[in-house]
Design a binder for this molecule. Sequence first.
Ligand SMILES: C[S@@+](CC[C@H](N)C(=O)[O-])C[C@H]1O[C@@H](n2cnc3c(N)ncnc32)[C@H](O)[C@@H]1O
Length: 356
Amino acid sequence: MRIALRPSNPWEWAAATLNLAPVVAAEAWGGMALSGVLVAAVRLGITDHLAGGPSTAAAVAAALHLDPPACRMILDCLHGTGHVHCRRGRYRLSRRSRRWLAPDSPFSVARFVAATDDYWPWWAGLAEVARTGQSFDHHGQAPDAPYWRRYLTGLSELARLAAPEVIARLRLPAGARTVLDIGGGHGWFAVQLCRRHAELAATVLDLPGAALVGRDLVAATGLADRVGYLAGDARVADLGGPYDQVLCFNLVHHLGADQVPALMRRAYEALAPGGRIAVLDAFTTGDPRTGGTRRPGAEAFLGLFVYLSSGATTHSVAQLHGWLREAGFDRPRQTRIRRIPGQTLHQAEKPAAEAG
Ligand SMILES: C[S@@+](CC[C@H](N)C(=O)[O-])C[C@H]1O[C@@H](n2cnc3c(N)ncnc32)[C@H](O)[C@@H]1O
C-alpha cells in the first residue's frame, strides 16, 4: 500500500502526471491538514455524534460545546474527504466511514485514529532526530502515564480486525496448552486464541505500563482466568516456560538488529521440544545487506516512524529467518495477512528432538 494524495479531476491528474503542479506543496500542507481534521473530528466526538443520525453544523457544535464556525469548517472538510455527506445543511457519516468510525461498528478504528494525536510532536521532531540520532522513547513513559491506555486501546482495534485471519493461519503444535505472547500488550490475540482453543492458557509479557492496561482490557473480555500478565522488558525478563507456542506480534520492529537474535534464542529456550514460534510484523521489501530494488510502500514510513518514536526500525524477512534459524528453529515459513496490508506472519518450529 502507498500513502499519497489523489488528484480529483482529469486536469489535476494530467497536471500531476506531466509534473506541472507543485505536488510537493500539496503533500506538505495536505498531509497535515488531512490528518488534523480527521483526528480532531474523532477526538471532539463529531464522528460519534453523526453516527447517531444526521445533524446541522450548529446542532453538532451546540451538542459538543464547540466553536460553531470551526465545527462547520471541520464538517465541510470531512465532506470534502468523503467521510460525511451533506444534504440541505444536514451532515451525516458516509456509509464507508461509518464502518470504520461509528462507535457501534465491530470494525471501528476510531480509538486508533484518536491515539494518533500523540504522534504530532514526534513528526514535528523528525528533522531534529535526523540531525542528532536522538529518537523519542515512547515505551519509556512512566507505567501510569495515560499514554499507555490510548496506545493500547487503539492497537487493540487493529488487532480485532486482524485476529480472525491471523488466528486461522496459526499452526499450533498438537495438544498445545500454553502460550507466551511476547509484547502482547492489549492481550486481544491471546484472548482470541484461548477462545478458539478451550484447553489453552496464555501469558502476556509486556512492559509495566502496557501490562497495567492489558490486564484491564483482558478482564473486560471475561478471560482473565486464562490470560495472565508478566510485567517486564522482553530483552531481559525471565520468559519462564516451557511453553508450547510463542507469539511475538509487532514487537521486533521495536527492537534493534542486535537485540532480536537474542530474543529469538531465549524464545527457543522457553519452548518445549516441538513447540512453535509465530512472528507477525511489517518487514522491509529488500534485504539491506543485498540492497532492495522495489520502490518502498507504507512500510518505509512505518520504519521511519518506529525509528522516530523508539530508535529501532523494521527488519527484512531474510534477517528474521536468519535469526530464527540461528536460534535453532526449523524452516521458517511466511504467510501474508491480507487484512492488515504489509503485515506477514512467520512461523517456525523447535525440533521435537534436538540434534546432538
Ligand atoms: C505495536 S505493539 C503490538 C501489540 C500486539 N502484540 C499487537 O500485535 O497488536 C508493541 C508492543 O510491544 C511492547 N513492547 C515494546 N518494547 C517492549 C519490550 N522491550 N519488552 C516487552 N514489551 C515491549 C509494547 O508495550 C506494545 O505492547
